[in-house]
Design a protein around this ligand. Structure first.
Ligand code: AMP
Length: 476
């Protein structure tokens, strides 16, 4: 099997766009999926964001749509022929940008519609006519109802990140959307895992699909352990530091709701000896790039960010995400935690819930379509007695296993010591951290397979049944 794009016989405008992107060889999902999609067969692909799957479906799809290409200004000559559905606006935006790049030398038009934005500009674009429509399910339904989007000429549907769509509870929306589409069509489904729910979805909507896996499903599973802790505003910093240390977290995103809170928190964590940087809307582009580069290089452990500043970041996998504040928009929760647990790595998403977060938590539960359990934090005894600050990064507890003082049973000497459990992340686990892609070595297993971990449970199973939110909000 060759992995060169030149062997695909892509039409010249597409080949030119690919060459311009600087891609040298196909990624595994591309090498397997493109030839199949070119034949028009349905595909069920196990692949995650970061594997090159967008090109894996959009290039062959555009190639097949070229027969409809025309330069007419009449909207009727540009009906929606391909529909790409994604769970979040961030993903929809990313995919739409890529599709635009691949299609740039063709007359095929593309557009993206997602929620949280004024419908008018989207409506204008739809009314002009687009061949490829990238959308989140809820907003697409709004446009269908408003008769802005007509889907009776759709030939290709892509259900991208299908497992996440089901996790968020988009199944009814998907079912409605699919009911508007012609029965004769090609359906492509991409998912990180082939859970029973995904298989059911595929059984209902795909015809004899070809299954493509770039790694065994058990190994590519994205596992995000979601924990919610009841923490008062004044205790959040303490809780954060404690969890970082207890869980041996090497790098994390810390999301806050305000620019001011972002800068303040980063400063105080830095004062506490944690290598921290802040990313918010008041930072210049140059400062943003520097902060990102430092984080990617492992020089920074905590990146404190607002949602706006974090949008579009090309950092796809961090070991942990903290929601220092419950997000104002429940949808942002999905964006935030989507930063962890990717590409086969397991991830941790910790949310601090304060007593004033009742409404936001209710919104979040509505979006997740499940009751969230909130745990209490058991704070370690307040120090400094016996607590050692090694002057650089973190607090280590007196009496920890391996502490040389164990043998002495003596008071803690106050002197710098070599640190042990909390090391800078020398090399991020996900190779896509260090984008751009490296062409895979011929025989070696792709890094995302090698780094893979066993599948874990899905969202609901990871939430520890301890304290009901409702109970929490009734307390004092
Ligand atoms: P995706 O998994 O589709 O989100 O792609 C992740 C990133 O990989 C995007 O920034 C693409 O531009 C890039 N990419 C996709 N295919 C290739 C390739 N064959 N070679 C190098 N980079 C690629």
């Amino acid at each position: 099997m060759t992995s060169s794009f030149s062997n695909l016989s892509l039409a010249e405008p597409l080949a030119r766009a690919v060459a311009e992107m600087g891609y040298e060889s196909m990624t595994p999902i591309q090498a397997q999926a493109i030839p199949v999609v070119l034949t028009g067969k349905d595909v069920m692909g196990a692949a995650q964001t970061g594997t090159g799957k967008t090109a894996a479906f959009s290039l062959p799809l555009l190639q097949r749509l070229l027969k409809h290409e025309n330069a007419s200004t009449s909207p009727a000559r540009h009906p929606v022929r391909a529909l790409v559905l994604l769970p979040t606006r961030e993903l929809a935006d990313q995919v739409a940008q890529q599709v635009k790049l691949y299609a740039k030398y063709t007359n095929l038009r593309s557009a993206v519609v997602f929620g949280g934005m004024d419908m008018k500009p989207q409506t204008l674009e739809l009314k002009k006519g687009v061949e490829v429509l990238v959308a989140t399910p809820g907003r697409l339904l709004d446009h269908i109802e408003a008769k802005n989007a007509v889907l009776n000429q759709v030939e290709y549907v892509v259900l991208d990140e299908a497992d996440r769509m089901l996790d968020i509870g988009f199944l009814p929306d998907l079912q409605r959307i699919l009911s508007y589409l012609p029965k004769e069509r090609t359906t492509l489904l991409f998912s990180a895992t082939f859970s029973p729910e995904i298989k059911r979805l595929a059984n209902s909507y795909l015809k004899d699909p070809i299954t493509i896996e770039v790694a065994r499903p058990n190994e590519t599973a994205s596992t995000v352990e979601q924990r919610f802790y009841s923490v008062g505003d004044d205790d959040k910093r303490r809780a954060l530091k404690q969890i970082v240390r207890q869980r041996g977290i090497t790098q994390a995103f810390v999301f806050v709701n305000s620019k001011l809170g972002c800068a303040r928190l980063a400063r105080s964590l830095e004062r506490d000896g944690l290598k921290t940087t802040a990313l918010h809307g008041d930072k210049s582009q140059d400062e943003r790039l520097k902060a990102l580069a430092a984080f990617k290089a492992g020089e920074v452990d905590l990146l404190v960010a607002t949602d706006v500043a974090a949008r579009g970041l090309d950092i796809k996998d961090v070991p942990a995400v903290f929601n220092f504040d419950v997000p104002f928009n429940a949808e942002d929760y999905v964006h935030r935690i989507g930063r962890t647990g990717r590409a086969g790595a397991s991830g941790l998403a910790v949310t601090f819930v304060s007593n004033s977060d009742g409404r936001l938590m209710a919104d979040l539960e509505k979006l997740l379509k499940k009751k969230v359990e909130v745990e209490a934090v058991e704070y370690e005894e307040d120090r400094p007695r016996g607590r050692i600050n090694d002057g650089r990064r973190h607090w280590r507890e007196e009496g920890e296993v391996g502490d040389p003082r164990d043998a002495l049973d003596a008071p803690a000497p106050r002197q710098p010591r070599p640190q042990r459990e909390y090391r800078p992340a020398a090399a991020p686990r996900d190779p896509f951290f260090d984008q751009p892609y490296q062409p895979p070595a011929t025989d070696a297993a792709p890094a995302w397979e090698a780094a893979a971990k066993p599948a874990g449970t899905r969202i609901s199973a990871n939430i520890k049944p301890k304290r009901k939110v409702a109970a929490l909000f009734k307390a004092d």
